[in-house]
Ligand binder design. Structure first.
Ligand code: TRP
Length: 370
């Protein structure tokens, strides 16, 4: 087989092989966030921390997606607010240190090919399979909907289109998103088995702290619950939020031995305090009952503000240059769209949908949005 004739006589994989085609041998990373308001510390720990690390790893090429159609699945009634939220999401990406010189930041709705790939994928997923996705039931419950719209039901299929459109192999996600990655893998396998190898099997990457608890010690920091600290919060807001945090409910006095495990104040210390020796010492004293909540919290305020200061500075610098923001999103989306066109072409070719090539070309010229 080694010398089997190739499509064009060159050595190498046939068209559409799930190779590192066009990726320069680098593994593709994709992070997507819904523009539904400002990002918080939970978003940072869930995905952005890993993103920043891998953005500087030459083995990875990173894509950052602002998933506005996904926002629409639940915010369709306030669709007019999504535009402002896209700007916030872009500012958040940039302020944490996602660098448009190194990575591609793009807007989902500027890539119409995503919607087309999504449509093709809907054929490969049964309705009961989509209905079994656990996040769907949670959304319907949390948003007190009577039942899911078709858009919401298709949410993870659209996410699969996002991921496979850039042939993403590594997807940093919060734990709750793993069921979506599993569906993405199923779609890729199904497609490849039916039509030929086009898509990689993506992998979800869960961060070092799988879910950050809320400031109310609820299991998850979540905007809808209101137990959040935003990346854009000022120092005084952070101080107030931390000083009001719940700690160990079994501990009544500072001299009582306390629990560190599951105590949100210490989870935050682990996540954001870069002074590991200080954290270790505080934990030891807490367990012995020789440090009060107030001191533990004050140190956390200092650590968090130290962590957030450079983020605030970068945000302020970008806010002064609105034109630059537009350019970054336009340039990233142009780059992502190139990728999307190539992937969609591979997918359509593999499926044998490359009929009426000449007509297609003509229509594209006339009606194209390029
Ligand atoms: N579902 C993701 C979330 O709620 C957002 C998202 C949309 C996404 N498309 C994606 C995440 C593609 C990773 C890859 O956070």
């Amino acid at each position: 087989m080694a010398n089997a004739p190739h499509h064009d006589g060159r050595a190498g994989p046939p068209p559409g092989a799930p190779s590192q085609l066009g990726t320069g041998g680098r593994r593709r990373l994709l992070t997507g966030l819904r523009p539904t308001g400002r990002f918080h510390l939970g978003n940072f720990i869930g995905t952005l921390e890993k993103d920043l690390e891998l953005q500087d790893d030459p083995r990875f090429e990173c894509f950052f997606l602002i998933a506005d159609y996904h926002a629409l699945t639940t915010y369709y009634e306030s669709s007019r607010e999504i535009g402002g939220n896209i700007r916030e999401a872009l500012l958040d990406f940039l302020s944490v240190g996602i660098d448009p010189q190194k990575s591609t930041i793009y807007l989902q709705s500027l890539i119409p090919e995503v919607a087309e790939l999504f449509l093709l994928f809907t054929m490969l997923v049964s309705a009961p399979r989509a209905q079994r996705i656990p996040t769907l039931k949670e959304q319907v419950r949390d948003l007190k909907m009577e039942s899911a719209s078709l858009g919401l039901l298709n949410y993870p299929v659209l996410q699969a289109a996002d991921i496979l459109m850039v042939r993403g192999e590594v997807v940093p996600v919060g734990k709750d998103q793993l069921s979506h990655i599993e569906l993405t893998r199923e779609i890729a396998r199904r497609f490849n088995a039916l039509y030929g190898p086009v898509f990689p099997e993506s992998e979800g990457l869960v961060g070092r702290i799988p879910t950050l608890p809320g400031t109310d010690s609820g299991p998850k920091m979540s905007k809808s619950v209101g137990n959040v600290i935003y990346l854009a919060d000022d120092a005084e807001t952070v101080r107030k939020r931390v000083m009001a945090m719940f700690t160990d409910p079994t501990r009544l006095r500072a001299t009582d031995p306390g629990h560190v495990k599951g105590n949100p104040v210490f989870v935050y210390h682990d996540a954001f305090n870069r002074d590991a020796a200080e954290v270790k010492e505080l934990k030891a004293r807490y367990v012995k009952g020789t440090v009060g909540d107030v001191e533990v919290k004050r140190k956390l305020v200092a650590a968090l503000n130290g962590f957030l200061d450079p983020i605030r500075d970068r945000r302020a610098a970008y806010e002064r240059q609105p034109g630059l923001l537009d350019d970054i999103l336009a340039e990233g989306s142009r780059r992502a769209r190139e990728e999307a066109r190539e992937t969609l072409r591979l997918a359509r070719d593999a499926m044998g949908l490359d009929y009426f090539g000449a007509a297609r070309a003509t229509v594209e010229v006339v009606g194209g949005r390029a």
